[in-house]
Design a protein around this ligand. Structure first.
Ligand code: ASP
Length: 309
């Protein structure tokens, strides 16, 4: 099987001053994941590595750079799923760690559960020896600025977030034909304390099944949950649609049925892939056959050979 990896850096509207950094970050992340696949590594390791690269990049709404909640705190959600076994692990409303995706992997591999939340997730992180980081180290000038702007009377955080998301995600298929998916986010801007979005919910914030493929979405979490977006896309693929057609059909349904905007990266069990969105922009990048593809605006797709990047 020819390995493939596709990543996104969130659906939304990205200002000119952040467009270049956002595009560069997804390319770095996809290449980090692809290097693992090239060495014969697993899809699971590749999606984790790619998401870690974006959690560590302050450009995105995940890990460092996460949006702030109504009290100005950072609470993060993440999920990882293994298409071979349908095992998954997730954390929700977790605080004070740099890489929620790594903790999700530990939930999958070291517990009997699928998701740990808030205090429980922190206790588990401590027990696993995951280093605690200062909450302030996860905040950026940009996240603080947006939080303050959205405290103003009459402002609508959901409206404003629809313009500027930045959740990160990855899907991959490895040389063994195993697929995996991973998604990580700070959630919605100025969200209520304790709000859990789509990201840590299986079938919403990710799905992976070797029989059909893998999906990682981004967008308004409450809308994504209403239509169980990731599983819906796989359902369409089960019915014979290509990744692109399945993604467009499900995203259109989410738009018309619940007025939700979003985007997805998808790979199927044959290694066909898609990066599709109903928002104005979504930074995405993919590698297949040593070709790097990337884009930001609708209809945009650039290609470079991997060796020259
Ligand atoms: N889906 C994320 C959430 O609602 C937000 C995003 O994708 O930007 O938590």
């Amino acid at each position: 099987m020819l390995p493939v990896i596709v990543v996104h850096g969130g659906a939304g509207w990205i200002g000119k001053e952040r467009a270049e950094g956002s595009c560069r970050g997804v390319q770095e992340a996809v290449l980090a994941g692809y290097r693992i696949l090239q060495r014969g590594g697993s899809a699971l390791d590749a999606v984790e590595e790619a998401v870690v690269a974006m959690e560590d990049n302050p450009m995105y709404n995940a890990g460092c750079g996460s949006v702030l909640n109504e009290l100005g705190g950072v609470e993060m959600d993440a999920i990882i799923m293994d298409g071979k076994t349908l095992a998954s692990g997730a954390v929700s409303a977790v605080k004070g760690i740099a890489n929620p995706i790594k903790l999700s992997r530990l939930v999958m591999e070291k517990t009997e559960h699928l998701c740990l939340t808030a205090e429980g997730a922190s206790r588990f992180a401590k027990a696993m020896g995951v280093p605690e980081v200062e909450e302030e180290s996860l905040k950026t000038d940009y996240s603080r600025k947006r939080w303050v702007e959205n405290l103003a009377p009459g402002s609508n955080p959901v409206e404003s977030q629809m313009g500027k998301m930045g959740t990160v995600g990855a899907v991959a298929i490895d040389s063994q034909g195993n697929v995996a998916s991973a998604t990580s986010t700070g959630g919605m801007l100025n969200k209520m304390v304790g709000r859990v979005g789509d990201t840590p919910c299986v079938g919403c914030g990710a799905y992976a099944d070797n029989l059909f493929g893998a999906v990682s979405p981004t967008g308004h979490g409450e809308a994504i949950m209403k239509v169980t977006l990731s599983r819906l896309i796989l359902f369409h693929m089960e019915q014979g649609m290509s990744p692109e057609k399945a993604a467009d059909t499900a995203l259109e349904y989410m738009k018309t049925r619940v007025r939700g905007i979003g985007g997805v990266v998808v790979v199927n069990s044959s290694g066909d892939w898609a990066a599709r969105f109903t928002s104005d922009q979504m930074a995405w990048a993919a590698v297949k056959n040593d070709q790097l593809h990337y884009g930001l605006y609708k209809g945009e797709s650039f290609t470079l050979p991997v060796t020259s990047t």
